[in-house]
Ligand binder design. Structure first.
Ligand SMILES: *Cc1c(COP(=O)(O)O)cnc(C)c1O
Length: 382
């Protein structure tokens, strides 16, 4: 196979080299368990990087969201306001608890939860006497772009409903110079294989409340009471991160700032090369408060101006072994979620129709970027 035919992936893992050192330590000390020195150190490193008091390293971002729901007491009959424009993992834990997701559409500048629509939804729930059922607002920072946090936190305070940040895609992003993940009552991160840093699979729950995180660790290790025998007064979960994988996380977190820089350079390259084409748009940072880690570069295609649509672009790039992907399909359009209440403005549906994620690996070489751009220009301009 020719080098220029090698597959280009959307966002492959990118190891720093130090991961192996921490894994070897775990092996040398025989700490092959879902706790140990790498877990402790990774938690401390995450707390300090995200500027929060406390972190629990867990088996996935989904597990972190599930524990957040449990810790807030979300139960059957309750409601949770949640971004509709996201990945299903944001919503599933609400349903695990028997609660009802209420979907909130996006605004056009960040593509994240529209604060005006959120307020409208809460006013409407209030009018119908349902406000006391609303236990949380789960706001997602999609593709690394911060949501409008000033407005959302204001609404959270006004209505007395806690915010959970789904920062699975947004480690390294900031809003008003504060790390994402430090705004909510609790926040979650994911270290799945495609995220900006990875432990192959993993996640974390963050909070400025030591007691909440202590409880999260307790529930995540089968909720064992303090007794000489196995005794349980709560339903427990097996959600802890293994000490081996936390070693990968430590090595990855050492290079997070470099990864953000690389991802932002990939975005700038596409932007500079393609923004002049009439009919192509990018997700720009609305103003100086918004700093995105640019986890994935996303592009909006106006097929009236370009004369090819998203599907054709995706197909043509696939033929030359370049992976792209449509934007997330909104949750209110998913067969499993479509019967839940929703507050819509058509923004997420339009984005889903015309948006494409471009290869955004932090290890993309200049040659590979040029190869992708060459194909893109040929498709878009011809
Ligand atoms: C990846 C992701 C998750 C889930 O994280 P896992 O670690 O895969 O469970 C949740 N929300 C969003 C927005 C994600 O992209």
């Amino acid at each position: 196979m020719l080098t220029n035919e090698l597959r280009v992936f959307l966002s492959p893992p990118n190891m720093s080299g130090n991961e192996q050192k921490y894994i070897n330590e775990a092996f040398d000390q025989n700490w092959i368990a879902p706790l140990g020195p790498n877990v402790d150190a990774f938690e401390e490193d995450l707390s300090s990087y995200c500027n929060v008091r406390s972190t629990a390293a867990l088996s996935s971002g989904t597990a972190a969201l599930h524990l957040a729901m449990i810790l807030l007491g979300v139960n059957s009959g309750d409601e949770v306001m949640v971004s509709t424009f996201t990945f299903s993992a944001t919503v599933n834990p609400i349903v695990y608890q028997g609660a009802m997701p209420v979907f909130i559409d996006s605004e056009t500048t960040t593509w994240n939860m529209d604060p005006e629509l959120l307020r409208e939804a809460l006013m409407h729930r209030k009018k119908n006497g349902n406000l006391n059922k609303v236990k949380a607002i789960v706001v997602v920072h999609l593709y690394g772009m911060p949501a409008k946090m000033a407005e959302i936190m204001e609404i959270s305070e006004e209505f007395g409903i806690p915010v959970i940040e789904d920062a699975a895609e947004a480690l390294g992003s900031t809003y008003s110079n504060k790390p994402l993940g430090s705004f909510g009552k609790m926040s979650i991160l994911s270290f799945n294989g495609n995220k900006i840093i990875t432990t192959s699979g993993g996640g974390a729950l963050l909070a400025n409340d030591d007691e909440l995180i202590r409880k999260a660790r307790f529930l995540a290790t089968q909720a064992r009471d303090n007794a000489p025998h196995y005794q349980h007064s709560h339903i427990g979960y097996n959600y802890r991160m293994s000490n081996v994988l936390a070693g990968i996380g430590r090595g990855q977190l050492e290079v997070i700032d470099e990864r953000v820089k690389q991802k932002r350079e990939v975005y700038s390259y596409y932007y500079q090369q393609l923004c002049g084409i009439d009919g192509i748009e990018f997700l720009e940072e609305p103003d100086g408060r918004f700093f995105s880690n640019r986890w994935l570069t996303t592009m909006i295609i106006d097929s009236k101006k370009i004369r090819v649509n998203r599907e054709i672009i995706q197909e043509k790039l696939e033929k030359v072994n370049i992976e792209t992907r449509p934007l997330w399909k909104p949750m209110h359009l998913q067969p499993i979620f479509k019967h839940y209440p929703k507050y819509l403005n058509s923004v997420s549906e339009k984005l889903f129709d015309v948006g494409l994620c471009l290869p955004s690996g932090s290890d993309l070489s200049d040659d590979t970027l040029e190869r992708i751009l060459g194909h893109l220009k040929e498709i878009l301009i011809k």
